[in-house]
Structure formats: structure tokens, C-alpha cells
Design a protein around this ligand. Structure first.
Ligand code: C2E
Ligand code: MG
Ligand code: MG
Ligand code: MG
Length: 272
């Protein structure tokens, strides 16, 4: 990008911003081919029951494996595809894959585990979302509760429009999980008004465990969620002490490197 310095009457080129912009344009250009060539993979991170320490479900997470074998991390492309709207195609891709997998597991008589998917703000507002996602579940002949939908606190920031969309999803049969709880501004309003079944405590909250006020906040958020009949999943748990604390606080599930990082479906299937 060009930056102007009016005082000195010179313009100079910021190479770093330029490079970043070029990378982004290249990713956008590559998108269609990547989708067609199945460069996007769906990985699965198990969620563990806090008391039994057994797998209770999973979250589906997208990965981009380029044809040269290199992996692009979600942090590098999700924010971009959220800005340009391509995320709606990826979200649907992941959702369809998970529905197919659940159908396959069901017909093979494999044990049932809910596998949640992420829905970005753009996807939530995409025209026909509720009808489309409902039709996909029905076509696969699977129960709605095997694909819970994770919405971030900010994507679900309360508005009449969001309330209408979320109510329609729930009326169709979907379960909703509030993702990244503790990072936004609207948590309490959203919890009060929107029909979430689960809240997922963000890693940034979990990182406060061991700090006196952090412990208090987590204890009370869990009690609040339980009082509202919601379950609590703690994300980003990496340490034994964090897991032990969450166990004492009656948290329901743990998702984090302490138990397992995201895995390919083959590996995940063997784990369960
Ligand atoms: P998220 O939905 O909050 O997913 C949890 C993220 O935390 C995942 O990162 C996961 O790998 C990471 N994580 C889990 N446990 C630990 C831990 O113990 N330590 C650390 N440091 N990290 C942990 P990932 O897979 O890189 O995804 C990042 C974000 O990208 C996700 O956050 C989600 O917001 C977004 N994302 C991923 N897949 C999709 C998708 O299919 N659609 C949409 N819309 N967003 C997606
Ligand atoms: Mg999530
Ligand atoms: Mg999260
Ligand atoms: Mg996140």
C-alpha cells in the first residue's frame, strides 16, 4: 500500500502491507480450485467428558493442505474469507462433510457422537441458510443433534434479526453452542435472549486459571450456565492443573491439547 506523508511531500510503499495484500489476493484466486481439488480437509478435535475423561463429541475444524503439501493455518485464511464472503462456501463444505460422516457412522452402527461445526456471521446471514442446512440434514437422514452449530459470541451479538435466525435454526431442530465465550461484549444479553444449549469458555478465560479473579469468574460463569440449563465446554485446556480445576468446578466437557489436538477423521475414528 502507498502511504502519503503530506508534510514532507513524499509517498512511500509499505512492502509488508503490499506482500500481505498479494498473499490475500492469491488465496482468493486459489479458492475455487482448492475447493474442487479437495485441498480443504476437515479435522476433528475430541471433546472429553470432565468426570469420565472419555470422548463425548468433537468439533470439526477446517484445514487447507496446498498441493505442494504445505498447510495454511485457519488464522491465515478464515478472517480473509470472512471479509470477502467466501467463508459461506467453506462452512457449507464442512457442514456437508460432517453430515456425510454422521450418516455413514449411523448406517455402520458406530457409536453416536455429536460433531459440532462453526458458522461464521456471514454464513448465518446468508440467504436461505436455515432452509439449506435443514434440507441437508434431512437428505442425510440424520438427527439434528448430531451436528450442533457453534456461533461465536460476536456472530450472535443480539439483534432482532439474529434472534429470528437463531430461533428458526432451533425450531428446525438444531442445537446451538456459543463459541468463544468471554471474548465479546454481549455475552449476558445473548445468553438471556438466545436459545443456546452449550457455552464454550474461550481459551483466554482458561488461561486465567490459577489467578484468583480468573478462578472466581470461571466458577461463577459455570454456575450461571448451569442455572440457565446450559452445559459448559472449556476450550484450549493445555495443563493438568486447568483440567483438575475444571473438574472441581463441575465443568461438563474439555476440549484442548491436554487431551488431544485436532486429528484427521481416520485417527479420530480410531480414538473413539
Ligand atoms: P474455534 O472455533 O474457537 O476453535 C478452537 C480453536 O482452538 C481451534 O483452532 C483449535 O485447534 C484450537 N485449540 C484447541 N485446543 C487448544 C489448546 O489447547 N491450545 C491452543 N493453543 N489452541 C487450541 P483452529 O483449528 O486453528 O481454528 C481457529 C478458528 O478458526 C476457530 O476457533 C474458528 O473460529 C475458525 N474456524 C475453524 N474452522 C472453521 C470453519 O469450518 N468455519 C468457520 N466459520 N470458522 C472456522
Ligand atoms: Mg468453534
Ligand atoms: Mg472457540
Ligand atoms: Mg476461536
Amino acid at each position: 500500500s502507498i502511504q502519503l506523508n503530506y508534510e514532507k511531500n513524499i509517498a512511500y510503499y509499505d512492502d509488508q502491507l503490499g506482500q500481505q495484500h498479494i498473499r490475500e489476493v492469491m488465496m482468493e484466486n486459489d479458492f475455487e480450485n482448492a475447493l474442487r481439488n479437495e485441498e480443504f480437509e476437515v479435522w476433528f478435535q475430541p471433546k472429553y467428558n470432565v468426570q469420565t475423561e472419555k470422548i463425548a463429541g468433537a468439533e470439526a475444524l477446517i484445514r487447507w493442505r496446498k498441493q505442494d503439501g504445505s498447510m495454511v493455518s485457519p488464522g491465515a485464511f478464515i478472517p480473509l474469507f470472512e471479509r470477502d464472503g467466501l467463508i459461506t462456501r467453506l462452512d457449507e463444505y464442512v457442514f456437508k462433510k460432517v453430515c456425510q460422516i454422521q450418516k455413514e457412522r449411523l448406517t455402520q452402527g458406530k457409536p453416536f457422537f455429536p460433531i459440532s461445526i462453526n458458522l461464521s456471521r456471514a454464513s448465518l446471514h446468508h440467504e436461505g441458510l436455515v432452509e439449506n442446512y435443514t434440507r441437508i440434514v434431512k437428505e442425510n437422514n440424520i438427527p439434528f443433534d448430531c451436528v450442533p452449530i457453534e456461533l461465536t459470541e460476536s456472530a450472535a451479538m443480539y439483534s432482532i434479526q439474529i434472534k429470528a435466525l437463531v430461533d428458526m435454526l432451533v425450531a428446525s431442530g438444531f442445537k446451538l453452542h456459543m463459541d468463544d465465550f468471554g471474548t465479546g461484549f454481549s455475552s449476558l444479553t445473548s445468553l438471556n435472549v438466545l436459545p443456546f444449549d452449550v457455552i464454550k469458555l474461550d481459551k483466554s478465560l482458561i488461561d486465567y486459571i490459577g489467578n484468583e479473579s480468573g478462578d472466581q469468574i470461571i466458577q461463577h460463569v459455570i454456575a450461571l450456565a448451569h442455572g440457565l440449563n446450559m452445559k459448559v465446554v472449556a476450550e484450549g485446556v493445555e495443563k493438568k492443573e486447568q483440567a483438575a480445576f475444571l473438574q472441581n468446578m463441575n465443568c461438563d466437557q474439555i476440549q484442548g491439547y491436554y487431551y488431544s489436538s485436532p486429528k484427521s477423521y481416520e485417527v479420530f475414528d480410531k480414538m473413539i
